[in-house]
Design a protein around this ligand. Sequence first.
Ligand code: UDX
Length: 457
Amino acid sequence: MSEQPHVLVIPYPAQGHVAPLLKLATKIAEHGIKVTFVNTEFIEAKVMASIPEKAKEWRLIKFVSIADGIEQEEDRKDFAKTRDTMLRVMPGKLKDLIEKIKQSSENEKITCVIADISARWALEVAQTMGISRAPFIPFGPACLALSFHITRLIKDGILDNNGKAMIDGLISISENSLPWKENELCWTCRGKEKIQKFIFESMRSSVQYVKMSNWVLSNSFYELDSSSCDLVANILPIGPILATNNSWHLAGSLRPEDSSCLNWLDEQPLGSVIYVSLGSTTTLNQQQFEELALGLEFSGQPFLWVVRSDLVKDSIAEFPDGFKERIAGRGKIVEWAAQEKVLAHSSIACFVSHCGWNSTLEGLSMGVPFLCWPYFADQCQNRNYICEVWKIGLNLSLDEKGIVTKDEIQTKITKLLSDASIKENALKVKEKAANSLVEGGSSFENFKRFIVEMKSI
Ligand code: UDX
């Protein structure tokens, strides 16, 4: 038998999936387990480019990359083509990699494959090779619990075979958990039928991979949504998975972080800055972009705004006339921030967020109130938890033309910043999250169990 357990960690190749798995991989390695992190070549180049030069020498985990089979960069824009090519090419590459590791020395073997549930082909490879499996769930337990009810919902005529709701109103999966609005199911992707179908099929089939696995690692903590956790038999909530001293320098950003915003935050008054980030894929149209800019300007507060180069759909973002001059000194705009560090900064007052699951966990772990602006998939239900269950944020409403207006943004910022009960709730949730991660806490103990069991394979 190998001296040291050896785990392969395989993310789905996208920002919200690579980042939490890299942090988890580092945490596992801190417990004396050998970890090989398997990226696609495309993603690995981006991850490496975002690691500061001086941190490149020292690594707790080993990185390897495999080809995803996509030869023309143009093809990456074609969702179906990318998915089909990856499914065709990557299982074979992974199998070859595992064989190569086995042959590298007499006692070497892979103890466990931890793969994003969205990269289920990797779990299949592990199964056929007789290796233990742990799917990683990068979204909240509520979505996983919903997946377990898809078959029944179809049978009862509540969903059709493509995941479309056949009823108006709320869809409930258990007495205790938050019901789903029929147009906010976690595969909802308005106007993008192919992607919606893919997410629905992935969620539907995830059940079989969860059932056939040894552990199901959830990036959440039990107390955050115990009702949903109780609906998934073998779920092991081990989150929130945050960066540790060993993983700050490789937080898994696929874009270079602009660290100048941290110095800028140092100069702002305590609890004053509105942090605005709509995640890695959200796009706005030019009109919506301008409304957001003006809403931030009119709020009168300092703000830090992540404006990705691809934030405005199909064109380059154009700021309103004179905007940059008017907000100089009060507004900081960056292409990409070190988000966890930003949210932990004492100058931050609130987080205007698209409510991606990682952003949700990062914000609530730092006790930051939310202004919610969900876009697709699980983000609407995450927003519902934030506003209705945990009561740590407010929602930004669309007007009759589907726009979040500057007035709405300005009004809600003022309302949120003057709401003492939301801030109090946010601090309570922060405390619960922190408690789950210390000895005796639910996530700490679950993680310990996982490590002990893995070491005993
Ligand atoms: C997507 C979905 O939106 C999410 O709901 C799903 O659960 C995972 O995949 P994404 O849009 O990337 O994720 O959002 P989110 O899950 O919030 O992840 C974004 C990550 O990028 C966070 O970890 C955040 O810290 C990081 N980030 C964002 C930065 O590091 N810097 C930035 O400037 C913005």
